[in-house]
Design a protein around this ligand. Structure first.
Ligand SMILES: *Cc1c(COP(=O)(O)O)cnc(C)c1O
Length: 238
């Protein structure tokens, strides 16, 4: 169990984040229910994850598989509780992720998608995924280049054990936080372009964008999933 103080801090943080989401949605004329909070638990010990669940969090995000699996086992399956995988995924780890996470936010290539599709087929499931887009063209960052999106989604539309639900991005984190708005807007526009292609199996219902520093801007620009760690759990150990 988290101690009483820890529980109070996390409860208060979750409430504050939800309220800020609500206000940002309101400013943009959106329904607050159209935005889901993913509490990102990397490096957060299991007692503190439990405290977040106690505070009402029902969607947890992990970016490190080796950390996620013991945590998921410790917490166990609960009605209404879901895990999303948000981090970089190596192809050879696809098998461990498929069917275990409600959504994989970080599909960065047709090759990775194809491996997820194959593993999902073996398991007999259809895996919901988001496509990560590298909007800033940063060489160190994973993700589809916007230029190849149209061709890539045509290929993904043929994968019958993959359910593409939308797009995800991590904008360049340098400079003013407000400068990220442009990237969030571009992600939304890209999703609109893909949606207009009218592919039968590729959906563009979800936009995963916004983290602790910038989730309100992301909500104003159309985020449906915000991935928030620090603003809930405090700073991570370096
Ligand atoms: C760690 C992480 C987050 C959360 O970042 P904070 O700044 O702590 O809110 C969001 N998305 C991904 C992919 C992450 O790895």
């Amino acid at each position: 169990m988290a101690d009483r103080l820890e529980q109070d801090v996390i409860t208060s943080n979750v409430r504050t984040v939800l309220e800020r989401i609500r206000l940002a949605a309101q400013r943009a004329g959106r329904r607050p229910e159209g935005v889901r909070l993913v509490a990102v638990t990397k490096s957060v010990p299991v007692e503190r994850v439990r405290a977040a669940i106690e505070a009402g969090v029902n969607l947890l995000g992990e970016s490190r598989l080796q950390e996620a699996i013991p945590k998921m086992d410790a917490i166990g399956a609960r009605e209404g509780l879901a895990w999303h995988f948000v981090g970089r995924l190596q192809r050879r780890k696809a098998r461990s992720v498929v069917g275990r996470f409600e959504m994989i936010h970080s599909v960065e290539s047709v090759e990775l998608a194809s491996e997820i599709d194959r593993r999902a087929g073996e398991t007999g499931v259809c895996q919901p995924v988001l496509l990560e887009v590298n909007l800033g063209g940063e060489p160190t960052k994973a993700g589809f280049s916007p230029d190849v999106m149209a061709d890539s989604v045509v290929a993904l539309d043929r994968m019958s054990h993959l359910a593409v639900k939308g797009l995800m991005t991590i904008p360049p984190l340098t400079g003013e936080v407000e400068s990220r708005r442009l990237f969030f807007r571009r992600l939304r526009e890209l999703a609109e372009r893909v949606a207009r292609m009218g592919l039968p199996r590729v959906r563009m219902d979800e936009l995963s964008m916004g983290m602790s520093q910038d989730f309100e801007i992301a909500v104003e620009e159309g985020a449906t999933l915000v991935r928030v760690g620090t603003a809930i759990f405090g700073p991570r150990p370096a």
